[in-house]
Design a protein. Structure first.
Length: 373
């Protein structure tokens, strides 16, 4: 059997990783400033993470959600306390798309409606169809034939107000758009949609899958705007590479047996991976590192490419390159052995580990200088 060829791959085969570094099968070392789409939050192969997962693997790795898993409860408590949402409820699943599917489903259960407002250049995942093909009225109502999505321009209060009619179940927005090119909703825009959703009785979903989990220096990006959405979705950095997703749910949304469900969600290994991430974030004060290092780095990149071309907060940073500089990402990788991400048409995306060091930032800045000269 061949692999289904859907990914444009770099011809690099990593065999080992530590902190912000990867080694390939030829012994070459690469600086990882992308973390496989913002996944590596505490650094590759962190010793505490490896120890916690290895220990759990030697005991029990999996049983379905039909029996108690105390580590899920421990995780919910720690995540609630560290994120500032101790009164919310946690539903665990396996990926970002699945977290968003469950969030939208909840919004429809709560409101009895299926219209959803999303924003231009948003990215919320790649699933569709599984629910629509499920014949179980208890699970799928009231959105059996799928949600109806309306797109608005980011930060356009008037367009949003016009779209927000009585049929809207939910508004879904990224705390900072990732795949869309590190585009930031204004704090005032987030406050505006939060207020409007509350007035209209529809559910505000904050997708924090790429920008959350400490990446901005606050636990969630939307916390800069001081809002408290009904639902927050998370994944990526949550497990530092272990596939896991989570939905944080307002206490007013009451669960009933069978309302949501998944086979693997919150299994023993996933729960321990998430706990280990939070433990390291706490003990190494990674959010402080993220904020101080990130703020300084943003200024340095602004000096290199122009203030107006740089966006981001903490360690989620994007910058646009001049139209003539079309090979910078490839050259950073091939000539300087530095992994970065991109967004179309010509934006570099930086999503390194929150444990990044100042000397690693310097290496990148030097390489970028060379490529821009
Ligand atoms: C903001 C956002 N939401 C959802 C997803 C989907 O996550 P997953 O690929 O884990 O399904 C992504 C993935 O890039 C994302 O960036």
């Amino acid at each position: 059997m061949k692999l289904f060829d859907v990914y444009p791959l770099f011809d690099i085969t990593p065999v080992k990783a530590q902190g912000s570094w990867l080694w390939d099968n030829k012994g070459d070392r690469y600086l990882d400033l992308y973390g496989g789409h913002a996944v590596i939050s505490i650094g590759h192969s962190h010793p505490h993470y490896v120890e916690r997962l290895s220990e759990q693997l030697s005991k029990i790795s999996f049983y379905s959600n039909s029996i108690k898993n105390p580590q899920q409860e421990e995780l919910a408590e720690k995540l609630g306390n560290m994120s500032g949402y101790p009164d919310y409820q946690l539903f665990l699943c396996n990926s970002g798309a699945e977290a968003n599917e469950n969030a939208l489903k909840l919004a429809s259960f709560v409101t009895g409606k299926k219209k959803v407002i999303a924003f231009d250049k948003a990215f919320h995942g790649r699933t569709s169809g599984a629910v629509a093909a499920t014949d179980n009225p208890k699970i799928v109502a009231p959105f059996n034939a799928g949600h109806e999505i309306v797109f608005c321009r980011l930060n356009d209060e008037q367009a949003f107000t016009e779209a927000l009619d009585a049929d809207v179940a939910a508004v879904i927005i990224e705390g900072i758009q990732g795949v869309g090119g590190i585009r930031m909703p204004n704090d005032s825009f987030l406050q505006f949609i939060d207020k409007k959703c509350k007035e209209k009785g529809c559910v505000l979903i904050l997708d924090e899958i790429q920008c959350g989990y400490g990446r901005t220096g606050k636990f969630f990006a939307h916390q800069y705007a001081g809002i408290r959405p009904h639902i927050i979705t998370t994944a990526k950095g949550m497990g530092n590479g272990f596939p896991v997703g989570g939905v944080l749910i307002h206490p007013d949304i009451k669960p009933w047996s069978g309302m949501l469900g998944t086979t693997f969600g919150g299994n023993y290994l996933a729960a321990v991976a998430c706990l280990a991430v939070l433990e390291v974030m706490e003990s190494e004060k990674l959010m402080n590192n993220t904020l101080s290092l990130g703020s300084q780095w943003i200024k340095e990149i602004q000096e290199l490419v122009g203030r107006q071309n740089v966006r981001g907060r903490g360690l989620i940073i994007g910058f646009d390159l001049p139209d003539t500089k079309t090979t910078v990402r490839k050259d950073l990788l091939v000539k300087h052995r530095i992994f970065t991400g991109e967004a179309k048409p010509n934006t570099i995306r930086l999503l390194p580990s929150l444990a990044l060091k100042a000397e690693e930032v310097d290496l990148f800045n030097e390489a970028l200088k060379v490529e821009l000269s």
